[in-house]
Design a protein around this ligand. Sequence first.
Ligand SMILES: Nc1ncnc2c1ncn2[C@@H]1O[C@H](COP(=O)(O)OP(=O)(O)OP(=O)(O)O)[C@@H](O)[C@H]1O
Length: 383
Amino acid sequence: MAKIIIIDDEKSIRAALRDILEYEGYDVEEAKDGEEGLDMILRSNYDVALCDIKMPKIDGLELLLKVGEAGKGTQFVMVSAFGNVENAVEATKRGAFDFITKPPDLNRLLVTVRNALERSKMAQETKTLRKRIYKLNEIVGDSAPIRKVKETINRVAATEARVLVTGPNGSGKEMVAKQIHEKGNRANMPLVEVNCAAIPSELIESELFGHEKGAFTGAMAKRVGKFEQADGGTLFLDEIGDMSLSAQAKVLRALQENKITRVGGDKEIRVNVRVIAATNKDLRREIAEGNFREDLFHRLSVIVIHVPALAERKEDIGLLADKFLQDIASEYGAPVKELSPDAIRQLESLPWTGNVRELRNVIERLVIMCGDTITGEDVALYA
Ligand SMILES: Nc1ncnc2c1ncn2[C@@H]1O[C@H](COP(=O)(O)OP(=O)(O)OP(=O)(O)O)[C@@H](O)[C@H]1O
């Protein structure tokens, strides 16, 4: 049953709201001021709080912020006196779901509570899905270099530091970038990815910064670029070593000034973006050869996380193979297959030039082609 808390210092208001809501079948509790309300919300799980704004000790706005900081998903409906609507609007800007005025109109109250409950349910579902995705994206491995990668992620995620992730193709750089975002303060905001190698150099600037209508032939309509899309969140610049020098100059400016200009436009647009970049190239060599700007390199590489090739951490192969056996089984809705000790030894002896991505493909092939226990001979045949 949906649980609602009424936080108001006026007893008569609490009683009136409680009557209406209990009549509708909700489970209702009361708090007589902000302090008691905060205490109860932190100790329990309420779907919705009907919260007065002007209260002794902790007022409604402060309470709303404190509950948000504690990571509680309770949806707030502010209940404000008629003359206090400005504060109620302010509260919705700070994350309250909605507000109603006193004395509450019955229909409006019930519709607002129902909508707030719907939002609370969606927030719960998002949380569950996020947990599942998180599990899917878990970085597997217990080798010393992977432990160091995980430790660095945990250290830097909650900061605003720019991170450069290096390592060969398929080693897990994108995973590292995603984890930094997921574990950081921007997790509720977008993570926008740009594969700089996949975009022709003449289009990369418009991709990153957007363009105004008519900026160039084919620019039929205004377009918002990835920097603007990532505002408040994280921009992942994959394969940054493949970016043209002219785009590099503009990215540098965006990082220095936190401002961008759309192609063909003159207005400066403020953006607040955390940049994580990745490359499989040796950027220092690219700098020496004149292909990469040194100043940009220094801006991007406040923290460097290197993900080594799989061949340099063979002890992770068994763990990774197990994880992929489970993922693939659950994808196919089939029982999990096993690897014989000999199969694991064989896998450990392969060169893995395509790194973890190649390992996943090989495991998928083995699951499709082999019996319940995958043997060393199977590996010799299909890997
Ligand atoms: N440590 C790991 N644990 C679990 N899965 C991993 C790990 N490392 C990589 N993977 C998986 O391997 C695949 C390739 O990883 P990812 O895309 O992160 O590599 P990448 O280095 O960004 O590749 P590229 O350089 O080609 O863009 C993905 O499916 C990813 O989920």
